[in-house]
Structures are given as structure tokens and as C-alpha cells.
Design a protein around this ligand. Structure first.
Ligand SMILES: *Cc1c(COP(=O)(O)O)cnc(C)c1O
Length: 642
């Protein structure tokens, strides 16, 4: 393959003098020429030293045989306190290399400051060997060997350029070492390089702000071979292999250290997470670690996960179809149970069709990554669930986050972005605040700007709307959003996610949603349980009404105890603020027999930690009233700062 040498020199005339602005050189394949030429031009035209008024870009073809491949010098860093210590370090290395008159060599440095190129110095006689002492000797025609990961934008990596140069220089005939100090006033790091010591970075060789700098190539050999050395430095095309990207990143001796550091940080910030185990089903009264507790944190809103008919359905499905499904939906993993539940969900949500996923999380990730096609834009509420955020990240769409439930902000952002196509996505009931999305507003904007609309009904199904049908029933809307996503893991007491919509949407997702395609389908037990729960939700809407009444009872009891809350769903957030205090209150409540989780950053914003109460239809009025009193007392008893 033909390679090309590309050299750029940029300068600018000032007061009749040509001032050097920037220079670079590359050895590139044909495919890389365009991007790199553009990057180098941009570097010359937008340089801190000023805008070049003369740019010389030279491109020469070369054959593979003309190129020598060498290994990059290994890198070490010596951290020093000041310039004097840095100079001492160089002397130490020179003496280690058997170069006797280091101090005299260092004194030559001042003569290099005005030179564009390097000094070529005989280490024994201290004679200067470069043919043009005013200009100096320039080592050219070299680059780091290309890796597929390298991009034109990486073209200015001073560190890599220095390694490439030093590696070439010390591979030249009779060069025993190179010493270099940058002439950049803000860059005080220099190096000494030699084949036996590698590339030794010295963190301080001069004072900050000092413009002095230069380089010396140290020659030790017969005088008659000097021309061959210069020929190599100036003409030999060299590609350097395995050039490291960052300085001083020595491999860690303990590969687990970053993880340990992370956990230490979490512990000290009160963000370390542990798991509590329940020994009973999700119900109002549970047992955890032998202790009896009132459950005020479960998403089993209708109390159906412990409902005998739901459990019986699951048991029967296992007896009939077995424990696992054995394959993905598109291979061997579809049972009549899957098809029946999809039909049932579509009918419950007044949609044409539905598709099951293994979890709500996987539904969001699958739907959004499939719908977020290149060139589209997803507008996402800032308080949307993590699974929506992850779906957006996995998609090829650009994601624009709008202020929480703020239709004016949403419209402004749509207008500013002017999407050709895209999607607005929102939680129906926000999982940490329990408030309800302005779906009428979202639908209106979606229609006006020809965008698709999507809501996540994880905390809406079985909870809001007079008969628990969710957000569309809650607002009495004539029409569904385009994409209605939900989960069977909350009010439906089982597990699995789903999406309802048009046949077109479902056909598309069945063909493109990767979390649907590449995962073993739901097992018989959760399918049958969800189906039974859905039947109960349809036929016993009084459970939903009881849930809504219970939430009102609980909020009223909190208010009587001086705690104001707002609850539009079955989620009642009690804002505490400080993470540590929220944790202590939750622990105190646990000790008093109430299971109520503290929700912290990063699930919610920092300093907005909260107790998140979740009400169930199966709580008694007395349980809720007592709990409100206990919660108020616990908050009172834990001081603001401890
Ligand atoms: C719980 C939840 C999910 C995830 O559902 P799973 O079935 O638990 O994976 C998605 N979105 C929201 C808003 C949720 O609260």
C-alpha cells in the first residue's frame, strides 16, 4: 500500500519577520489524507500564537520499502520539585549512560534556544556537528504507526509527537541520547531519552513562563559516520509502533484499585448500597431478618402478588408448561401464554397490538433504541426513569432533555432543534415524585410538530384512572399516545414489560428491538400470574378505588402530623434533603417496624433525598394512620446535621 508523507509548516509575517506558528508531520494512508489535511489546516489557522498567513502543506508518496518500523521507547516519569532538581536528574541519567561531562553538555543548552532544529553534539569533544548551527538539525519523516482507532482529530498530541521524535532520534546511528526542553512557556516538562533508559519524562526542567527551550542530540562515534547519522535523522521515513497515548499511566499494580476507590467514595458520601431480604411475600405486613414490619415501600400496589388466584395461576402454568421458556420469542420461546397476554394487554389499553419484554427496563431500552433512528431526536423529561435514559443512550438519536413536565420548555426546545422526525417520551407517573405527566400537553405538541409520543405507565397501570386503566383514563383522553409502555412488575404483581400501540409499531419492534430479539422469553409462571392479575384488575376495580382512598388517608394523616405531601398517585414522597439524614431516618423507622426506603442520589438529584412511601390497596386505615405518626416522630428525632 502506498503511504504518504504529509508535512505542514505554518508561519506569519510580523514586522517584516516570519514567525513560526505551527508545524507537524504525518505518514498516512490515502484514506487518511483528507481528514488529516483538514485537521492540520485548522490547527494552523486557529493557533494560540496567531493565525498563520502562510501555510505550506507538502504531500509526498512513499513506498512501503522506504519505511523503517521501530518500537516506541518505554516511558517513565520522574517527578521533581523544581527546575534545579530536574537538571540534576538529567545529569544523573547522563552519568548512568556513561557520558562523562554532563555538566558541560547542559551548559550548551542555552545555545539551542534560538534554533528551530536541534544541536548535534559530540559527547567526547563537545564539538557541534550540525552543518547549519543557526538553524540546527531537524529530525523529520516520522509518525506513530496507525491504528484503526486513531483519528485525524488526535493529530495534536504533544506527548505522542515527542515519543515519536525521541524514538527515531535515539535509533539513529551513533546517537547515544537526546535531551529536550520545550520552548512553550507553559510547558515545563522535558525529557532525556536513550535506548537503554527509554523516554524519561522530567516534570520540571524550567520555571513556569520561561520561553527557553531546545534539544540536543548526543553523538558518540567516528566523525566519518556523522553524515550517515544526519541522513537518517533528516531523510529516513520511520513509523513508530506502540506509541502510548498518555504519559505516566503506568499499569496499576492492583487492577481492583479503581473499584475499591469507587466504593470508598460511595461509603463516605452515604451512597453505598446494600440489600435487605424479605422472608414473606409482598404484603402489608412482612418479615425481614426476623423482624415484623409494616411494608410502605412495595410497588405491589394492589396487593396482588400475594393474591391466591394469582399464585394458583402461576403454579398451574408451571405444571402445564414447565419452569422455563427455553428460547427467545423468535425461536422456540413462544407459548400460548405469551400470545394470550399480549392480546389481553392490548385490549386493556385500547390498543391494536402489544409486545411483551422480559422487564420494563428491557422494554424501554428496546423500544427507544429501536425508535431512535439516526437523524431523529428524542425529547425526554429530565425526571424520566433510568431505563428511558439508557434507551436514549443506546439509540442513534440525539437526545434533548426538557425541564420536568414543562410544556413551554419542551416546545421551545422542539422549535430550537427543528427535528425532521422524533419522539417525546415521559414517565406517566414519575417514579420518585409520584406526579403525573401533562399528557394532554405532550400529545398536543407531538401533533403540532409531527413527533411520536410515548409514555411509561410503570406506576400508572392499576393505579390512576378511576378503574386503573392508566394515564389515558386519568385525563379522559379520546386517543392513546403512539407508544404506551408498561410493566407487569408493579400493580400487576408479576414481572415483565410490555408495549401497546399500532400493529405497525409492534411489527417494527418485533423486528428491531434488540432486547426483545436477543433474550430468552418470559417463563410460564410470571405470564400466568400477570394474566390473572390483569383479570382481577378488570373485574374488581374497587381495588383501585381502595388504593386511591388509602393514599388520601395516608396524606391526610401525615398532614395532621405536620408533614405536607403531594400525592397524585400511590407514591408519596417525603422530602428530607440530606442523604445521610434520610438514611438515618429510614433506619430509625426500620427499627420502629416500618419498611420505608430512602431514595438517594443518583436515583434522585443530590440533596433531594427522600423517604418514598408506596401505598397498597391492602393497607388498613389504622396501619396508615399509625405509620404517619411514627414517621413524623422519626423525622423530628433525627437532627438536621449530625
Ligand atoms: C420500575 C420501572 C421501570 C422498570 O420496570 P421493571 O419491570 O421493574 O424492569 C420502568 N419505568 C419506570 C417508570 C419504572 O418505575
Amino acid at each position: 500500500m502506498t503511504l504518504y508523507s504529509m508535512k505542514m509548516r505554518a508561519s506569519r509575517e510580523e514586522n517584516g519577520l516570519s514567525q513560526h506558528i505551527s508545524g507537524a508531520e504525518k505518514i498516512l494512508s490515502e484514506a487518511e489524507l483528507g481528514d488529516n489535511a483538514a485537521a492540520l489546516l485548522s490547527r494552523a489557522l486557529h493557533h494560540a500564537k496567531g493565525r498563520a498567513d502562510f501555510i505550506n502543506l507538502k504531500i509526498e508518496a512513499t513506498t512501503p520499502e522506504e519505511i523503517a518500523y521501530i518500537e516506541a521507547l518505554p516511558v517513565a516519569t520522574v517527578d521533581v520539585a523544581n527546575a534545579a532538581e530536574g537538571q540534576q536528574t538529567i545529569l544523573k541519567y547522563l552519568s548512568q549512560l556513561g557520558i562523562p561531562n554532563g555538566a558541560a553538555i547542559m551548559r550548551q543548552f542555552s545555545h539551542t534556544y534560538e534554533m528551530r532544529g536541534a544541536m548535534l553534539l559530540d559527547v567526547d569533544t563537545l564539538e557541534r556537528l550540525e552543518p547549519d548551527p543557526a538553524r540546527g538539525l531537524r529530525a523529520t519523516y516520522m509518525d506513530a504507526e496507525h491504528t484503526p482507532a486513531r483519528q485525524a482529530g488526535d493529530c495534536k498530541n504533544h506527548f505522542q509527537e515527542a515519543i515519536v521524535l525521541a524514538s527515531k532520534v535515539v535509533s539513529a546511528p551513533h546517537i547515544v541520547a537526546e535531551i529536550c526542553m520545550s520552548d512553550d512557556p507553559d510547558y515545563v516538562t522535558g525529557y532525556v531519552a536513550a535506548p537503554s533508559i527509554g523516554y524519561v519524562r522530567i516534570t520540571r526542567l524550567k520555571a513556569m513562563g520561561c520561553p527557553d527551550g531546545g534539544r540536543i542530540f548526543l553523538y558518540c562515534g567516528p566523525r566519518k559516520e556523522v553524515p550517515a547519522c544526519i541522513e537518517y535523522l533528516e531523510k529516513q521515513k520511520v513509523l513508530v509502533r506502540h506509541v502510548p497515548v498518555n504519559p505516566g499511566k503506568a499499569p496499576l499494580t492492583d487492577s481492583w484499585q479503581p473499584l475499591k476507590d469507587d466504593l470508598t467514595m460511595r461509603r463516605s458520601a452515604q451512597l453505598y448500597r446494600t440489600i435487605k431480604t424479605l422472608q414473606t411475600p409482598q404484603r402489608a405486613q412482612v418479615k425481614s431478618d426476623g423482624q415484623d414490619l409494616l411494608m410502605l415501600a412495595s410497588n405491589s400496589y394492589l396487593g396482588l402478588s400475594d393474591e391466591p388466584r394469582v399464585k394458583a395461576a402461576a403454579i398451574e402454568a408451571v405444571a402445564r408448561y414447565g419452569a422455563g421458556s427455553g428460547g427467545s420469542r423468535l425461536t422456540t420461546g413462544t407459548l400460548p401464554l405469551h400470545n394470550a397476554l399480549e392480546a389481553e394487554l392490548a385490549s386493556f389499553k385500547n390498543a391494536n397490538a402489544a409486545l411483551l419484554f422480559n422487564t420494563g427496563y428491557m422494554a424501554n431500552v428496546g423500544i427507544l433504541s429501536a425508535l431512535g433512528t439516526p437523524g431523529s431526536i428524542i425529547f425526554s423529561d429530565e425526571l424520566n426513569h433510568a431505563s428511558i435514559i439508557d434507551g436514549c443512550r443506546l439509540s442513534h438519536a440525539r437526545t434533548i432533555v426538557y425541564r420536568h413536565n414543562d410544556m413551554a420548555d419542551l416546545e421551545a426546545k422542539i422549535q430550537a432543534a427543528a427535528p425532521t422526525h422524533g419522539l417525546i417520551v415521559s414517565d406517566a407517573v414519575f417514579s420518585m415524585d409520584g406526579d403525573i405527566a401533562d399528557l394532554p400537553g405532550i400529545l398536543q405538541l407531538a401533533k403540532k410538530y409531527h413527533l411520536l409520543s410515548m409514555v411509561d405507565e410503570a406506576h400508572a397501570t392499576g393505579v390512576i384512572g378511576a378503574t386503573g386503566h392508566g394515564i389515558v383514563e386519568h385525563f379522559g383522553l379520546p386517543k392513546n399516545p403512539d407508544v404506551l409502555m408498561g410493566t407487569m412488575s408493579k400493580a400487576l404483581a408479576s414481572e415483565g414489560g410490555f408495549v401497546c400501540g399500532s400493529q405497525l409499531l409492534i411489527d417494527y419492534l418485533r423486528n428491531t428491538a434488540r432486547s426483545f430479539i436477543f433474550s430468552t422469553s418470559l417463563a410460564p409462571a410470571p405470564l400466568a400470574a400477570a394474566q390473572a392479575a390483569l383479570t382481577i384488575l378488570r373485574t374488581e376495580p374497587q381495588r383501585v378505588q381502595r388504593l386511591q382512598e388509602n393514599t388520601r388517608t395516608f396524606c391526610a394523616a401525615l398532614a395532621e402530623n405536620g408533614i405536607q405531601t403531594k400525592a397524585s398517585s400511590a407514591i408519596v414522597p417525603i422530602i428530607i434533603g440530606d442523604e445521610g439524614r434520610a438514611m438515618r431516618i429510614a433506619q430509625k423507622l426500620y427499627d420502629c417496624g416500618i419498611f420505608l426506603t430512602a431514595i438517594r442520589y443518583p436515583t434522585v438529584a443530590q440533596d433531594s433525598a427522600r423517604l418514598r412511601a408506596a401505598i397498597m390497596a391492602t393497607h388498613t386505615t389504622a396501619e396508615l394512620q399509625d405509620a404517619a405518626g411514627t414517621i413524623a416522630a422519626a423525622i423530628q428525632s433525627v437532627p438536621i446535621k449530625k
